[in-house]
Design a binder for this molecule. Structure first.
Ligand SMILES: Cc1cc2nc3c(=O)[nH]c(=O)nc-3n(C[C@H](O)[C@H](O)[C@H](O)COP(=O)(O)O)c2cc1C
Length: 368
């Protein structure tokens, strides 16, 4: 068991507040994932349907993120599309050419298929990291494909997948992303962490919920912290409910993680990474952009999406992002109800001009 006194390093009230002044600097080092140095040690989470090239680009422009990730890509689907000589899935949009470092996340339960796709991603796409999804709780992935979080019940298979992939991708690092376990009664993240490390993974990311919890309740950071002592040398990246620079600093200070990963809170706030990075350095936290600047950011995002997908599909895709940008602001509900119905570029522009919130955030942080 972990020695609690080593964990509660500085649960200082200053880390919990919401003021925009600087926080006391803490000793946070760059994260090492195999040969890759991730600095700052703040990662952008993979999110299916969201973290495509356009989103990654917008995040990159604000800075503050040490490693970005694609949406999860199904390895079997990748192989099938190649056999059909079809285009690569939209989920690999931009991957060949965009800035590094970049992780591509893949999922499946067959070690050979995973190894084949991992090798291709390394050789042809030149990715910085191949990440494996062992956390997805969605039935299509778990019950139908016996993959994602389903594999937390089968450590030997996890070992086989990781070790085969590590061999195929060498020297590019392979990482694993897990949840605490399948159910609250079967939390086995510490055992899984040992398997992940023994199999040769270069880092472990843990979302502090079980699969059955989906996104309910709170991420259990005490459980994340416990895992640290079960890892010999690879870094632990904590994930779950980080929605402010203060919480990011607190995660490092109080839970002893080597890195943090942010998902939902940054969907409509791509500047959150830059704020968190400044906080970690003990520098003044950049203020929230004005609502006008936030709207401009959303429009830039819109143009990137429409450029790739065309007007019809692009507008359809942008509806959900637009809701994220408005989330937590006065009038967000009204905006959402209108933007949900737009289907052309002009309609999108009109609704944004008329209904995008013009008053500051309500109390609390937005969550999509
Ligand atoms: C819409 C959505 C899609 C997600 N897709 C993925 C995915 O493709 N791969 C993955 O490992 N996790 C995925 N996740 C989980 C997130 O990466 C993250 O672990 C989770 O949201 C908890 O972090 P947060 O509290 O910062 O949001 C997804 C989450 C959401 C909300």
């Amino acid at each position: 068991m972990v020695n609690r006194s080593t964990l509660t390093i500085a649960p200082d009230d200053r880390y919990r507040g919401n003021d925009s002044s600087s926080l006391p600097a803490i000793d946070v080092r760059p994260l090492r994932i195999g040969p890759l140095v991730v600095d700052p040690p703040i990662l952008q989470a993979p999110m299916a349907g969201f973290t495509n090239y356009a989103y990654r680009q917008v995040v990159r422009e604000y800075g503050g993120v040490g490693l970005q990730a694609t949406e999860m890509v199904n390895a079997r689907g990748f192989v099938w599309m190649e056999s059909q000589k079809a285009e690569h899935p939209d989920r690999l949009w931009g991957v060949r050419d965009e800035a590094r470092p970049l992780a591509v996340q893949i999922w499946d339960n067959d070690p050979e298929t995973m190894a084949k796709v991992g090798r291709r991603l390394v050789e042809e796409f030149n990715v910085s990291v191949v990440d494996i999804n062992f956390g997805c709780p969605v039935k299509q992935v778990t019950e139908r494909a016996h993959s994602g979080s389903y594999l937390l019940k089968d450590p030997p298979r996890m070992h086989a997948i990781i070790s085969r992939l590590v061999e195929a991708c060498h020297p590019t690092p392979v990482t694993a992303k897990i949840r605490l376990g399948c159910t609250r009664k079967n939390i086995n993240a510490c055992e899984i962490a040992r398997v992940v490390e023994e199999a040769g993974a270069a880092a472990l990311t843990v979302h502090g919920r079980t699969a059955e919890e989906y996104f309910r309740g709170h991420a259990d950071w005490d459980r994340i912290a416990e895992i640290k002592s079960h890892l010999k040398s690879i870094p632990l990246i904590g994930n779950g409910d980080l929605d402010s620079p203060q919480k990011v600093v607190h995660a490092f200070a109080a839970y002893g993680v080597d890195g943090v990963m942010i998902a939902r809170a940054a969907l409509g706030r791509p500047w959150l990474f830059a704020q968190a990075a400044a906080a970690l350095r003990g520098e003044p936290i950049p203020p929230e952009p004005t609502l006008e600047e936030q709207k401009e950011c959303m429009m830039r995002h819109f143009e990137l999406v429409v450029e790739r997908f065309g007007e019809e599909k692009g507008v359809q895709l942008m509806r959900k992002y637009a809701c994220c940008y408005a989330q937590g602001k006065h009038g967000a509900r009204h905006f959402r109800s209108h933007v949900a119905r737009v289907s052309t570029r002009q309609e999108f522009f009109d609704v944004v001009a008329q209904y995008f919130p013009t008053e500051p955030d309500l109390a609390g942080s937005p969550q999509c």
